[in-house]
Design a protein around this ligand. Sequence first.
Ligand SMILES: *[C@@H]1O[C@H](CO)[C@@H](O)[C@H](O)[C@H]1NC(C)=O
Ligand SMILES: *[C@@H]1O[C@H](CO)[C@@H](O)[C@H](O)[C@H]1NC(C)=O
Length: 265
Amino acid sequence: TLTGIIHPSTDGTKLYAAVGSSVSLPCVFSSGLTPSDPIWEKLKPGFLFKPSSGRLPASFSLSSSSSQPLSDKSASLTEVEVGDKGRYRCSGALDGQQLSRNMELVVAKIISSPPSKTSVTLTCDLTDSSEVTDYEWVQLISDLNGSQSVQSVQKGISLSINTESEENQGEWACRFSGKHGILGNVTYHIHTMSGLSGHKSPGSSQNTAVVVGLGFLLLVLLLILAQMYKNHRRRKRIFQFPALETIVHTNSNEREERERNQEKK
Ligand SMILES: *[C@@H]1O[C@H](CO)[C@@H](O)[C@H](O)[C@H]1NC(C)=O
Ligand SMILES: *[C@@H]1O[C@H](CO)[C@@H](O)[C@H](O)[C@H]1NC(C)=O
């Protein structure tokens, strides 16, 4: 009879997960057996014959439900990051014999081209695509009932989407498959131009800033105008004493005339 680790059944099994999703790291021993000292390690790359163990990801946790049999030592990552890719090993001892299983986590993400006004190109990106034979792009369509249907759009690793068409607003997924069927998928949210005008979050705060800025400018202009008006009033008040000016003027005029007369003589 076969005893040992029954799931995964072979070393080097690849597990696929999208960035931000959760993934289960399986490690199930033969039923009825309770391994002692079970441990999980993440193996550092580059040590094929003498692997050294690195730090487990931040979102790593051992599955611990009461309904889970003692032979199940599976773990999980609740939120996969690109850096979590690589080799993991679970091990435990049965009857004094050390058993272990290696598996490989492949992380999938979508790379978007620098956005232009009319379109965006999405590319399906896997940290290890050696087992992938096919990529397929699908659009997720939600109907009024809230149920989702999937519409296949195109095969291939990349997809160009027109962002001017409102119909393209929403969730898109890249499904990747190997020889034995679908391995996994990774999703991306498209904002179309027409969809954006309906959204208020980032645009409206910018508008508020513009309005506040313009209001401040108007206030400064009003203050300047008020100051100019005050100066104008003050100058007008000085000219309200024309008598003083005439006296000064007549005095100087008389002096000039006297001087002119003296020159004539
Ligand atoms: C909503 O669900 C009902 C019953 O399941 C179905 O008859 C109807 O066609 C659905 N409507 C839409 C818009 O999908
Ligand atoms: C993506 O994968 C998840 C988990 O396997 C599955 O529930 C979902 O239906 C898949 N989505 C698509 C569009 O294939």
